[in-house]
Design a protein around this ligand. Structure first.
Ligand code: GMT
Length: 376
């Protein structure tokens, strides 16, 4: 198949999932055309069967706001015609689905099917804004197929938009050849003293990730079990997090590592992942951690209960329950047997439920269904 994939190229789960899906489909022989305003950051080397088309936005003095949505639609149309795309798969409804629906009108020699994958914030934050509500609803209803990354997001979308459109749940996935626990003893010694535990948090440091809770949980754990906290990422909450760490006197215990493209090594030296988010439609980081054998302490929210297994691969507690989260963290970190069991369970669960090959097939099935439904 010849598939156009539209995504955000920056750090963030939806871009990562879209890029990894494109790579996985290309491996299987599909021709993949990424369309975005920048090269997706995970598309860092040559891949056979993969093409990248950059959307350029005209910077004309009259345009106070460069018309990205229109430029994107125009590029999707151009690529669809030139590469004879069978379909376009957009990740994130706003504005990608709207642009793809517009592009459909630009392809006159055939019908261009649009598959839309909802990732969470496009629905729960952006689509819920009164000004975007109707257009998001329309983009869902007019897509030829819609997928959501968890049942929780599916339910929320149906309730929020009051739609009867069929939404298929396709979970995010992980490439287990890439994400596995590596032996990197030198790295562990760089960030910790022998015997100390390493806790890790990876995100885009937005308010929804509750960095304050991450640091408070760590502070409580550190009182019982000496450890270090690796803070991987950057975003609007970075400065507040720095301040909190200094106020708590944890400057030498918490390492802010900024944005990192590869997190496998960092996860491989970690003993526990903290993800106490306010909301998480899936929580890709929790899956990445599990694949690297890291148990997760997270909030009992959104799609996280569909990703983690309570008491088996980690623990989930209501949002904001910092003390209980710290207690669970101490429970697993203080017992090598329990930790070993959970680490093993986590890797097994990542493989059983979320391995790339399984999920890739589910997307291929959706594509096939959409294409077959176009035939007279
Ligand atoms: O979490 C973010 O802030 C980034 C956001 C995105 O759009 O990339 O992530 C969303 O999509 C990811 C991939 O499907 C999910 O793993 C995240 O849970 C989801 N974020 C939220 O729902 C807050």
């Amino acid at each position: 198949m010849r598939i156009g994939i539209v995504c955000y190229p920056t750090y963030g789960g939806s871009g990562v999932v879209a890029t990894e899906l494109g790579k996985a489909l290309a491996q299987k022989g599909h021709e993949i055309h990424f369309i975005s305003y920048d090269r997706p950051f995970k598309l860092d080397m040559f891949h056979d069967n993969i093409f990248y088309h950059e959307v350029e936005v005209l910077d004309y003095p009259l345009f106070k706001f460069p018309p990205y949505m229109i430029a994107l639609a125009s590029k999707i149309g151009e690529v669809a015609r030139w590469a004879n795309l069978d379909l376009v798969h957009v990740h994130y409804a706003i504005p990608h689905a709207v642009s793809a629906l517009l592009a459909r009108k630009l392809v006159t020699n055939k019908y261009l099917p649009v598959v839309t994958t909802l990732h969470g914030t496009d629905i729960t934050v952006v689509g819920h804004e009164p000004q975007f509500f109707d257009i998001t609803k329309m983009s869902i209803e007019e897509s030829d197929a819609v997928t959501a990354v968890s049942n929780s997001l599916k339910t929320e979308t149906i309730e929020l938009f009051n739609i009867s459109k069929e939404i298929e749940v396709i979970y995010n996935f992980i490439d287990l050849e890439q994400y596995r626990r590596l032996a990197v003893p030198g790295l562990k010694l760089k960030y910790s003293e022998p015997g100390e535990k390493i806790l890790i948090h990876i995100s885009n440091f937005r308010a929804v990730k509750r960095l304050k809770d991450v640091i408070d949980i760590f502070a409580q754990v550190n009182k019982k079990i000496p450890g270090r906290l690796l803070m991987v990422g950057d975003g609007p909450e970075t400065q507040a997090a720095h301040k909190q760490v200094m106020t708590l006197g944890l400057g030498d215990r918490v390492h802010f590592l900024g944005k990192q493209e590869q997190v496998v090594e960092l996860l491989s030296i970690s003993d526990l992942c903290l993800l106490p988010s306010e909301k998480e439609s899936f929580g890709l980081v929790a899956l990445e951690a599990m694949a690297c054998g890291v148990p997760v302490v997270a909030s009992l929210e959104g799609g996280l209960p569909e990703v983690l297994k309570e008491g088996v691969t980690g623990f989930m507690l209501p949002v904001g329950e910092v003390e209980l989260m710290a207690l669970k963290a101490v429970e697993v970190l203080s017992s090598p047997e329990r930790w070993g069991e959970m680490s093993e369970n986590a890797q097994k669960h990542a493989n059983d439920a979320f391995r790339m090959e399984k999920i890739r097939q589910q997307y291929e099935d959706i594509y096939m269904k959409v294409l077959l439904s176009q035939q007279p």
